[in-house]
Write a protein that binds this ligand. Structure first.
Ligand code: NAD
Length: 497
């Protein structure tokens, strides 16, 4: 299969890199150097991108910064029009993008199409949001002044994205940055740079000025962040990835007091109460667990199921997991694709073995599949002891680890016993209970009888060590704006003093 992506080179900052990226044509001849991109289902090299160094990254900063000063002076309507045009092109290229995502990241094509929809929705949302009133007006309480608030673009933004949603994690940052009037330097994950490069190329075709969004593909991510985040031209960092890397970036960002948004790791609890609708809970569990092969920050990580419904839930979930077809993202009927790399498969194996050794019951799966490719069977572990590794770490794979509980209070306490607080799920047919429990869960995102809570209109983000800031919705735009106020003296009131 060949996806011809002919001009994605334009976003690379240096001429040598351009030459490399010119040949990022999936399925065709590849240059010998640079970062190889592999299909996790087959191990086949599907592309190669330039491996840029610190000088390239600083050049990208320089160019984006220069373009940014013009962009900041465009009108909201101009920015909205460009974003609308970008949205149209993303939609038009849904199949190209979906194939690219499925090949470089491994998810099933149907899910990849879903990501294109989700990812382009951010662009449409911020096209619409760009023209909403951004300021306010208020009176000082003593009547001595009027206060006018305005929102200015925060400035050049560095956007660092993970491999699990190569389109959506990029558009969720780039679109609000552009809507606010900011330039951007994007660093995609080395495993999945092709989708981001192509999406940014589409942005340029839509009218985003040539240098405004730079994509820096590099295997030297720490050197990149050390140089770029200390550059005084950079005024914002937005990162999506692991909590560990997020901490490092926050330390770096403190040197220049950078505005920071951090979308970090999760450890989502999934609570099923006796009064839940069983079918709905199982549907929700499948979606929250298997979407993206479980490689999602909001993936259900710890299933807490009440005693009265636990056997039926575990049986039902195991039965549904057994029916899932595992295979290459582009394969027919694939429900679960390859994991991102061999290390992830080894990790699934180790987590399963550790849980079973500690007394968990393996209901289904628990083994790698096939001789090539990074496949692991959909797995259900029941009666998982609380000290098993699978019950405490972010799994990032297709293992559902069920623990049982008796009382609501116990479930909430166990769900909250983690440093993470990104997403949580509650399944109960009692509105009263669902809301009460949701209120007491320490997470930024709640799925209530719902396994897929994400939406461009929702303020996505975590509490505790899952991060800072929000993406999507109006709140996501504010991350790229600074609030200023003008204090306007009122002559007659001042005179009366
Ligand atoms: P990761 O932290 O290893 O990498 C994320 C990105 O950061 C990649 O582009 C990587 O190259 C880059 N990076 C790594 N070290 C860096 C450094 N020192 N300086 C600059 N960049 C650096 O995460 P990952 O394995 O790609 O993604 C999985 C993690 O991301 C999981 O923990 C998951 O929960 C989290 N995640 C969070 C969200 C969210 O919205 N909260 C969304 C998706 C993924």
């Amino acid at each position: 299969m060949t996806i011809a992506i002919d001009t994605i080179s334009l976003v690379q900052p240096d001429p040598a890199a351009v030459a490399h990226a010119d040949r990022v044509i999936v399925g065709l001849g590849l240059p010998a150097d640079g970062i190889a991109v592999d299909d996790p289902a087959s191990g086949e090299h599907i592309g190669r991108v330039a491996d840029l160094d610190v000088d390239d990254a600083l050049l990208a900063v320089e160019r984006a910064d220069a373009a940014g000063s013009m962009w900041a002076r465009t009108t909201p309507r101009q920015r909205a029009d460009v974003l609308h045009a970008w949205y149209d092109l993303l939609v038009e290229h849904t199949e190209d993008l979906a194939h690219l995502i499925a090949r470089e990241m491994g998810k099933p094509l149907a899910e990849a199409r879903g990501e294109v929809k989700y990812g382009s929705d951010f662009v449409r949302w911020y096209a619409e949001e760009a023209v909403r009133p951004a300021g306010g007006f208020r009176d000082a309480p003593d009547g001595g002044a009027n206060i006018l608030t305005r929102r200015a673009p925060v400035g050049l933004a560095v956007l660092i994205t993970p491999w699990n949603f190569p389109l959506a994690m990029a558009t969720r940052k780039i679109a609000p940055a552009l809507a606010a009037g900011c330039a951007a330097v994007v660093k995609p994950a080395t495993a999945t740079p092709l989708t981001t490069l192509f999406a940014v190329e589409l942005a340029r075709r839509a009218g985003v000025p040539e240098d405004l969004v730079q994509v820096v593909t590099t295997s030297s991510s720490s050197k990149f962040s050390e140089a770029v985040l200390r550059d005084p031209r950079v005024r914002k960092v937005s990162f999506t990835g692991s909590t560990e890397v997020g901490r490092t970036l926050m330390r770096l960002a403190s040197d220049t007091v950078l505005r920071s948004s951090m979308e970090l790791g999760g450890n989502a609890p999934f609570l099923v109460f006796d009064d839940a609708d069983l079918d709905r809970a199982i549907d929700g569990a499948l979606a929250a667990k298997l979407r993206n092969g479980g490689q999602s920050c909001i993936a259900a990580n710890r299933f807490y199921v009440q005693d009265g419904i636990a056997d039926a839930f575990a049986d039902g979930l195991a039965a549904r997991m057994r029916e899932v077809t595992v295979g290459a993202g582009l394969g027919t009927g694939t429900g679960l694709g390859a994991l991102i790399d061999r290390r992830a498969v080894d990790q699934m194996q180790a987590l399963t073995e550790d849980a079973v050794a500690r007394g968990a019951e393996l209901r289904t799966g628990g083994e790698r599949l096939g001789t090539s490719g990074n496949f692991f069977a959909p797995t259900v572990l029941d009666r998982v002891p609380a000290d098993a590794e699978v019950a405490t770490t972010e799994i990032f794979g297709p293992i559902a680890a069920i623990q049982r509980f008796r009382t609501e209070g116990e479930a909430i306490a166990r769900a909250n016993a983690t440093e993470f607080g990104l997403a949580g799920y509650v399944f109960s047919e009692s509105l009263d209970r669902a809301f009460n429990v949701a209120d007491r869960l320490e997470t930024g995102i709640l799925g209530i009888n719902q396994g897929v809570p994400s939406n461009a209109a929702a303020p996505f983000g975590g509490v505790k060590q899952s991060g800072l800031g929000r993406e999507g919705s109006a709140e996501g735009l504010e991350e790229y704006q600074s609030v200023r106020f003008y204090n306007i003296a009122r002559r007659e009131t001042s005179a009366a003093r």
